[in-house]
Design a protein around this ligand. Structure first.
Ligand SMILES: [Zn+2]
Length: 404
């Protein structure tokens, strides 16, 4: 079935990306202000093709590159200069790495060019941004280097070749299909911990342990929405659950909070009315993944980023609710949990109309103790044990109900 196909496509894509980008790196990222313009410079060990564009609502600039490694200082530690607010870097999709620059206002790309290696620097890409009226910024077209078109075409060809290699469906037998969704990824790091660790890496590691634990029972086939450090749009995450006929969808996260003393895990299910202001704020934050990754949301912004979810999608919520209640119970035996552990809010990633779905916040990366725990094998195993027990209990209940 499609699970294997997805995994194979991902594996081949990795191979292809690695071949294309063997040891190619970004060695530095620099910013400077010259009169009205903010200059953004990326330095590489080898020249790279690129494409750049600006987005509005919110204002961002995006530079797309081949799959190259970031060896410069961590993007989130870069100073904010001129028009540049926050900076992010990561895989946007196989073969395309992306730099996303949050802008302090609407802007346009005033000029862009490349510089050959010289003067002690490697090859560079230079993009000059200048303030622009909002309607001018919104009407800007992408720009690219002459080499980008050929790169994009090659990428297109290799990804269609990869897709046709996908094997025919193999049955999961009588095993139930559970989809695990490690949150964020690639250009979207998620929360950033007190020591600088990224949520996307923490939840990926936990997903791996949990997958092994669930599959070791012989009762489940586990499909991951992502099995590498790549960005995935929110709607594609729950789409995976549909595509593989999953019976349960679990999105894994680790939050951060301005109050650094806050600790513990919590479980969320979908609701158009948040259980409290904190849950609403959390959902709003998690729902921003597509914005953070520099996805062009024109046309479906309202659907993806709205925290008000269609009431018609609440029919599966009863099952989601039961699973969440069981999970809260099992988590509390293994790890510290928040008060009112089961909360409700409008998470876009839980919008699946027919697969029971929960989102787990495994702890707070803003808390020193939680962050330390989240990085240990022991904590990963405790969390996995709790989740496996809850999944077992959930399906036992489903079986009881279907027999009666
Ligand atoms: Zn998250």
């Amino acid at each position: 079935m499609k699970a294997c196909a997805l995994a194979l496509v991902a594996a081949l894509a990795v191979g292809m990306g690695a071949q294309d980008a063997a040891a190619q790196t970004i060695v530095d990222a620099r910013m400077g202000v010259h009169e009205e313009r903010t200059r953004f410079v990326l330095e590489f060990d080898r020249a790279q093709p690129y494409r750049a564009f600006v987005l509005t609502g919110p204002n961002r600039a995006v530079i797309d590159l081949p799959d190259v490694e970031w060896r410069a200082a961590a993007p989130h530690t870069k100073p904010m200069v001129g028009l540049v607010g926050n900076l992010r870097y990561g895989l946007f999709r196989p073969g395309v790495s992306r730099v996303v620059i949050d802008l302090k206002g609407p802007a346009r790309i005033a000029s862009h060019f490349t510089l050959d290696a010289g003067g002690g620097s490697g090859p560079r890409i230079v993009v000059d941004l200048e303030p622009a009226a909002p309607d001018v910024a919104a009407a800007e077209e992408p720009v690219q280097s002459p080499q980008w078109a050929a790169y994009a075409e090659r990428l297109e060809r290799s990804s269609s070749a990869v897709a046709s290699l996908a094997p025919p469906a193999s049955a999961a037998g009588d095993r139930r299909i559970v989809v695990l969704d490690p949150g964020h990824g690639g250009v979207d790091p998620g929360a950033i911990g007190v020591s600088g660790v990224y949520e996307k890496d923490i939840v990926m590691a936990i997903a791996g342990t949990l997958k092994r634990e669930l599959e070791a029972t012989g009762r489940y086939e586990v499909v991951l929405t992502r099995d590498r450090d790549v960005y995935l749009p929110l709607r594609e995450r729950y789409q995976v659950a549909h595509d593989v006929n999953a019976e349960l969808f679990v999105s894994l996260h680790a939050d951060s909070h301005p109050s650094r003393s806050l600790r513990g895990a919590s479980v969320y299910t979908l609701s158009d009315t948040a259980s409290d202001a904190e849950a609403a704020a959390l959902a709003a934050k998690e729902n921003k993944s597509d914005v953070i990754a520099g996805a062009d949301l024109s046309g479906y912004t309202a659907e993806v980023s709205s925290i008000l979810i269609d009431l018609a999608q609440q029919s599966v919520n009863e099952n989601s609710w039961h699973f969440a209640e069981m999970l809260v119970d099992d988590l509390a035996r293994e790890v510290r949990v928040l008060n009112n552990t089961h909360r409700f809010a409008g998470f876009a990633v839980l919008k699946s109309p027919n697969v029971p779905s929960v989102l787990v916040e495994l702890g707070y990366l803003s808390n020193r103790d939680d962050e330390k725990l989240l990085r240990t094998d022991a904590y990963r195993e405790r969390v996995s044990r709790a989740l496996t027990r809850a999944v077992d209990r959930y399906f036992e209940r489903q079986d009881r109900l279907s027999r009666s």
